[in-house]
Design a protein around this ligand. Structure first.
Ligand code: 6PG
Length: 623
């Protein structure tokens, strides 16, 4: 690569050229050193060089450029014809950098400068000869030499179209997915001495990701991106996001877009969108579901934020997303503010309850019906063909078959469930919005109960409760109870999203959300496929014609499962929550009149009457 730094006399070519040469670690040549004696004498005598005088000198510089593999050469290169001589027959990349300044500014600089061969009187002749280049990297000399050099470096480096920060498990898989889909990618991971060193470079080497650029310097990473920049963060949700955003802000330009692909809280996302807007920057909060494998082969993607910003990142996100059965990307614009992360949060809430239902089925079959893990796996596998196929059902069957030597691995795993918080957030959000997402809450609390392992062991020895057999309950009845419980779980999850959409005025499209959850994500299932068209009717799932018959037919099995399992001493938090919700939701006259009367009795909170539909409230003097 040859870089000619050009401009009139005293525009700063030598200073900038030397800085550039040291940044790029290439040889530096000053064209003034190549003038023949006769030219030097002519200039010193106050006479301007003409085309003929300059010709031989330009040919010498062209020969120099041909000889050097890489070089920075400063040369006034005032005319297009001069530049043509300089670059003639060069078989390497050639760049012209034009240092542009006004006559007045350069004149002032020249009279301050001492000992230069070019007299001030010749400056006007330089401007007269100057033909400004149209294709050069043009930088104003009003900037400091350091700033000019940085700008040139920025322009010279090959640019990537998309950047990703955070090379953990998910970040690495998404990088490989982007590269496999021909995205020009820049990857960044922080440097921590002795802990995280050369992470991006090592990852690039390990997977031979030749087309990607690897950085552990944030400024260089940002400079390597085309504007408007699109930078995806795959770092831990919480303060880490705010820290990296703060580091990025001074490096970004107006219109750049940061995409948070972690499981961030939706209210944090809204706050970040608002605060970045003050810097003319965009922030998109997107759910990304599918775990490590999904990230690599195609996740379900739930982006929320400003629609204009989404339009710019859409081609990249759609390219890497899973595809639905019609080949459409499992990625769609969810809505404004934190709606993308809200929807992902509820996805995880539904995931919690789906997982817990399968755990309860395992418990019942293993210890109530005395089935082996392999037998349970066979039963679960058989349900796939009966409308119950789902990713979580499939992996649970696989888990149950897994052996370590002669033992089932499931028997070697401690029964103490962890969580990273999204189920908790969903429960809190449902509570704040006043929506009864009882199955998600039950699934979350079941995990919390499990975590008290030592207390449970102690209580078990104190009380000595025994489990009895539940042989009378068939696996077919369990299947139907499971079918119904799943419908209730999905009903609650989608109604929670609908409630948020109405409350926050997000205008979310529930059918589109169901569609992008049909592949790539953890809760993909045959049921989700069935929900897509019905969600368009804006009817809650339990009210959809298709589900009413299933609910009517399966209810007796859900009741049977609850009676049998509870009386046999098993804990069934999600199945009981499903049945309680179904009964509470479908009874036209419940027990809340007692609650209202109690409230009015001790607190004069007033109540409405069934014989007055005006909304008027009453108070009774109860004593
Ligand atoms: C997904 C998963 C993913 C993560 C869960 C685990 O959609 O890909 O939901 O986001 O595995 O958040 O959450 P817990 O650790 O809370 O179970």
């Amino acid at each position: 690569m040859i870089i000619f730094v050009m401009g009139v006399s005293a525009s700063g070519k030598t200073t900038v050229g030397k800085l550039l040469a040291s940044e790029l670690n290439v040889p530096f040549f000053d064209a003034d050193d190549f003038h023949p004696e006769v030219n030097l004498k002519k200039m010193a005598s106050g006479k301007a060089l003409n085309d003929e005088d300059r010709k031989g000198w330009l040919i010498t510089l062209n020969a120099l450029a041909k000889k050097e593999a890489k070089a920075i050469i400063t040369c006034s290169a005032l005319k297009e014809s001069y530049r043509n001589i300089l670059k003639e027959d060069l078989d390497k990349a050639v760049h012209f950098v034009y240092l542009k300044g006004s006559y007045e500014l350069i004149y002032d600089r020249m009279i301050e400068r001492e000992g230069h061969m070019m007299p001030v009187s010749l400056l006007q002749s330089q401007f007269d000869a100057l033909e400004e280049p149209s294709t050069a990297i043009t930088v104003s000399i009003e900037l400091s030499p350091q700033e000019i050099t940085e700008k040139i470096m920025k322009e010279l480096s090959p640019k990537s179209d998309f950047g990703l920060i955070g090379l953990g498990v998910m970040g690495k898989s998404l990088c490989r997915n982007l590269i496999n889909n021909n995205v020009e990618l820049a990857m960044y991971n922080r440097h921590i001495d002795g802990v995280e060193e050369r992470v991006a470079a090592n990852f690039k080497e390990e997977y031979a990701l030749d087309s990607a650029a690897a950085f552990d310097d944030l400024r260089q990473f940002v400079q390597a991106l085309n504007t408007p920049r699109k930078i995806m963060l795959m770092v831990s949700a919480g303060p880490a996001i705010d820290h990296i955003v703060q580091d990025l802000i001074p490096l970004l330009d107006a219109g750049d877009i940061i995409i948070d692909g972690g499981n961030s809280h939706y209210s944090d996302t809204k706050r970040r969108i608002d605060s970045l807007a003050e810097h003319n920057l965009h922030f998109i909060g997107t759910g990304v579901s599918g775990g490590e494998e999904g990230a690599l082969k195609g996740p379900s993607i739930m982006p929320g934020g400003h629609p204009d910003a989404y339009e710019q990142v859409k081609p990249f996100l759609e390219r890497i997303a899973a595809k639905d059965k019609d080949g459409l990307p499992c990625c769609t614009y969810i809505g404004p503010a934190g709606s993308g992360h809200f929807v992902k949060m509820v996805h995880n809430g539904i995931e919690y309850a789906e997982m817990q239902l399968l755990a309860e089925i395992y418990q019942l079959c293993r210890f109530g019906k005395g089935m082996s893990p392999e037998q349970i796996a066979d039963v679960l596998d058989s349900w796939k063909a009966d409308g119950l196929d789902s990713f979580l059902l499939e992996i649970t069957a696989n888990i149950l078959r897994k052996k370590e030597d002669d033992a089932y691995l499931i028997d070697l795993i401690l029964d103490k469930a962890g969580n990273k918080g999204t189920g908790n957030w969903t429960t809190v959000a449902a509570s704040q919005l006043g929506y009864p997402a009882t199955m998600i809450t039950a699934a979350l609390y079941a995990r919390y109960v499990s975590s008290y392992k030592s207390s449970r062991e102690e209580a078990s020895s104190v009380f000595g409760f025994e489990n009895s057999a539940v042989q009378a309950l068939s696996t077919d009845a369990i299947k139907e109870a499971y079918r119904l419980a799943r419908i209730i779980n999905h009903h609650q999850g989608f109604e929670l999203i609908r409630t948020a959409s109405d409350t926050f005025e997000w205008s979310l499209d529930l059918s589109a959300i169901a569609r992008i959850w049909t592949n790539g994500c953890i809760i993909r299932s045959e049921l989700m496929e069935q929900l897509i068209p019905s969600m368009n009717a804006h009817a809650a799932i339990l009210h959809q014609n298709k589900q009413v018959k299933t609910v009517q037919d399966a209810r007796e099995h859900l009741i049977a499962l609850n009676i049998a399992s509870l009386s046999a001493g098993f804990s069934m938090p999600c199945f009981t929550a499903a049945l309680n919700f179904l009964h509470g939701y479908t009874e036209s006259r419940g027990s809340a009149n007692i609650i209202q009367a109690q409230r009015d009795y001790f607190g004069a909170h007033r109540y409405e009457r069934v014989d007055d539909s005006s909304g008027k409230t009453y108070h009774t003097n109860w004593i």
